[in-house]
Ligand binder design. Structure first.
Ligand SMILES: [Zn+2]
Ligand SMILES: [Zn+2]
Length: 169
């Protein structure tokens, strides 16, 4: 993960559950433990680094964990699943303000990132060249028909400094 704190707005308040959802080493996988291939697969398993695993219905917003069953809130598992599946865009300001778990997009289609106008996404700090037309998309780019019209890049594209889906080039 790059040090992506460039524009972390001091006033950006990150919900504690959102922070945990992105910072903790959670894996989003299919119910049989294999990688999630498609965004259509919205009932998944979220496995924590401590070994607990919960079935999550990311679309409906249901999880087996105590946080959800007792408080009926969108727990970190639901938030993580939605992000990892790309069914709920992540605000790029949130990404800039948290220490994102590098495995965020490992077993799932990967997040999409909503970038406000003015382009918070940039790669200036570590010497990366800002993206221009014609730059190559990352090899793990997951853009496709699903986000071509959405104005949202897939996670690998966002990570590499692209603000638009590959289809928009
Ligand atoms: Zn949960
Ligand atoms: Zn992409």
């Amino acid at each position: 993960m790059t040090d992506n704190k460039l524009d972390a707005n001091e006033s950006t308040e990150i919900e504690p559950r959102t922070r945990r959802a992105f910072e903790e080493a959670l894996s989003v996988v299919s119910l049989d433990g294999t990688p999630v291939d498609t965004q259509d697969e919205t009932v998944v398993m979220v496995v924590s680094h401590t070994g607990e695993s919960y079935h999550v219905d990311a679309e409906v917003g249901r999880c087996e964990c105590p946080d959800h069953t007792h408080r009926n809130v969108d727990c970190k598992h639901i938030r993580r699943a939605r992000a990892a599946l790309g069914i709920e865009p992540i605000d790029s300001r949130v990404l800039a303000a948290v220490d994102v778990d590098p495995t965020l997009a490992t077993n799932a289609p990967g997040p999409v990132v909503a970038t406000p106008d003015g382009g918070i996404v940039n790669a200036g700090d570590d010497g990366d060249v800002l993206t221009d037309d014609g730059d190559e998309r990352p090899s793990d780019c997951a853009c496709g028909d699903w986000n071509a019209d959405a104005d949202l890049p897939c996670w690998p594209c966002y990570r590499d400094g692209f603000e638009d889906p590959a289809g928009a080039d």
